[in-house]
Design a protein. Structure first.
Length: 153
């Protein structure tokens, strides 16, 4: 097959594709985090009415965590907007393009090119088949056109 080496794909486990496996793992992580939050909330609620001070502290703690997350989110958004305005964006595209060309060069070194003898042999086979098919189609065309002339007379 002209010496083209096709790299193998990602490993499969049965019929399941790797993307589905990764999605399943991510869902499990989210479920575990949700369960932990519920358990911590239940733990605070189970302290009872006698421990109002502890409950208030826990509520204050969760409130402060939310405010910290909000501040981090807003600072992250500001940094993203700053990055969009940077003039070095063109340099990033050039770097990506150069990296792509380097990878192409590496892959082309892995290609096993056919020898001169193999190339000539394949070319001869193709030319012979083209001639045979063209003669066949010419004969079919002549036959059908003569048949139509006879029918129309």
């Amino acid at each position: 097959m002209l010496g083209v080496r096709i790299p193998p794909g990602l490993p499969k486990i049965g019929n399941i594709k790797p993307v589905k496996i990764m999605a399943r793992i991510q869902r499990k992580k989210k479920q575990r985090a949700k369960k932990k939050k519920q358990q911590s909330a239940e733990g605070v609620a189970s302290l009872g009415p006698g421990n109002d001070a502890v409950a208030k502290k826990a509520e204050l703690l969760t409130g402060s965590v939310k405010s910290i997350k909000a501040k981090a989110y807003s600072s992250r958004q500001k940094s993203l907007t700053r990055k969009k305005a940077e003039p070095g964006k063109l340099k990033g595209y050039i770097d990506k393009g150069l990296q792509f060309l380097r990878e192409v060069k590496v892959e082309l070194k892995k290609v096993v090119w056919p020898s001169r003898k193999q190339t000539i042999g394949s070319t001869v086979v193709v030319l012979i088949l083209v001639m045979i098919i063209s003669v066949f189609l010419g004969m079919v065309d002549i036959g059908l056109s003569s048949l139509i002339r006879v029918v129309l007379k």
